[in-house]
Design a protein around this ligand. Structure first.
Ligand SMILES: O=P(O)(O)O[C@H]1O[C@H](CO)[C@@H](O)[C@H]1O
Ligand SMILES: [Mn+2]
Ligand SMILES: [Mn+2]
Length: 395
């Protein structure tokens, strides 16, 4: 059987337990879903994800979300082979391009030489220059920025250079120009960074600074062809919702929607589901990560999962016989864990189509690339040859 439309929803950072190589990242014991369940003390309710087998795929069920006797479809986990644990690593790997060369990251701050160029280009001084939480650093340096117009540059455990800028001090078009310039400095060979991120915010003082949805990610150009490119070349329609287009620098996508937030993302999913097409719709919902994971807020994270779960009900209802829905994640971001960085975890893999006559386990996949391999297999397209299709297991 082949499906006419495949929808893949990436719940950004919704990991399901430490990966076998978590020790290399200092992430042993991390478990995003498990620790959210614990924080809710049995009150987490995810009826639709539960029906799909969200706890069946785990060794230990999420508190409040028991495993079910007969899941709707197929369930499993995927292990990441990429060198990093950022969104880019996860999504590129899903699309057959694992990031095997570690990218640069700067736990001690960026080299002076690099910052001097950004200061020269922008005519602004630079403050910050260290790993930090984005909300904490604007609390700390935002008022200084209001007074001086200095740029706030910071990083994290990921390969990222982030520029926080008050929208009324450094207007968006200026911020975006500075970020584009910074991007041009970190495309290798000397410095290779996964992402430059514009982080605009508004507010009058440190107690009310709020980041806006005008965030923009400038990713490294994919270093090779991805499954998206192969699909597109073979006239299979490709649609990106949320930050998918940013992550692939627009490559391999026929149609693109940006999200204001998760619910807006689900509106886009509903909109695309109402269209008739033959192809692949790749969705990223980032609020889990940016609003709750990095903020180490398990209650907010759980609420965002419950909100998603409600919207999932409509998606499940509207799926057609020849549609396939895949739900997964790109890395962990355990809100019960130390620090504020992503966590190296395995990710859930849930597969459902109303045409399925059976259910069962897809096991633990050796790489996220199995997802892209399955999509290519379905549309009969030759691609990167990374990953192993599980299409024939879905019956
Ligand atoms: O703390 P904020 O600014 O949300 O930053 C986070 O967002 C980046 C991209 O996900 C991560 O690398 C982490 O630094
Ligand atoms: Mn991510
Ligand atoms: Mn993140």
């Amino acid at each position: 059987m082949s499906y006419k439309r495949i929808f893949t929803i990436v719940l950004d950072s919704v990991g399901t337990g430490a990966a076998p190589d978590a020790d290399k990242f200092g992430d042993e014991g991390s478990d995003t879903l498990g620790h959210i369940g614990e924080a809710y003390k049995g009150k987490l309710a995810l009826p639709n994800l539960q029906k799909m087998g969200l706890s069946n795929l785990r060794g230990q069920a999420i508190e409040g979300v028991p495993a079910v006797d007969s899941p709707l479809g197929y369930y499993g986990k995927m292990t990441e082979i990429s060198a990093g644990k950022d969104s880019m690593d996860g999504h590129w790997e899903m699309m057959g391009l694992p990031v095997t060369q570690p990218l640069d990251f700067f736990p001690e701050g960026f080299p002076d030489e690099l910052l001097a160029k950004i200061a020269d280009f922008s005519g602004r001084k630079i403050v910050g220059n260290r790993p930090a939480s984005g909300t904490k650093i604007i609390e700390e340096l935002g008022e200084h920025q209001l007074e001086t117009g200095d740029l706030i540059i910071y990083t994290s455990g990921d390969s990222v250079l982030q520029i926080a800028a008050h929208e009324e001090v450094i207007p968006l078009d200026e911020l975006y120009r500075i970020c584009e310039y910074a991007r041009s400095l970190v495309n290798g060979p000397k410095y290779t960074l996964g992402r430059v991120i514009a982080r605009p915010y508004v507010g009058t003082n440190k107690d009310n600074f709020t980041r806006t949805s005008h965030r923009h990610d400038y990713s490294l150009e994919p270093t090779g062809q991805t499954d998206l490119d192969y699909l597109q070349k073979n006239d299979i329609k490709t649609i990106g919702i949320g930050k998918i287009s940013d992550i692939f620098s627009g490559n391999g996508l026929d149609e693109v929607y940006h999200n204001e937030d998760n619910m807006d993302g689900m509106n886009h999913v509903d909109h695309v589901m109402a269209q008739d097409f033959n192809g692949f719709c790749f969705v990223n919902l980032v609020d889990f990560d940016s609003m709750y994971g990095h903020r180490r807020n398990p209650i907010g994270f759980g609420q965002a999962l419950m909100d998603f779960d409600q919207r999932l009900a409509t998606v499940l209802e509207k799926l057609k016989e020849d549609d396939l829905l895949l739900i997964t994640a790109d890395h962990g971001n355990d809100p019960g864990f130390k620090g504020t960085d992503h966590t190296r975890e395995q990710v859930p893999l849930l597969a459902y189509s109303p045409s399925m006559e059976k259910n069962g386990s897809l096991g633990v996949r050796d790489t996220f690339s199995d997802l892209g391999a399955t999509v290519l297999d379905n549309f009969n397209v030759e691609g990167t040859a990374k990953g192993k299709s599980f299409l024939s297991e879905l019956i």
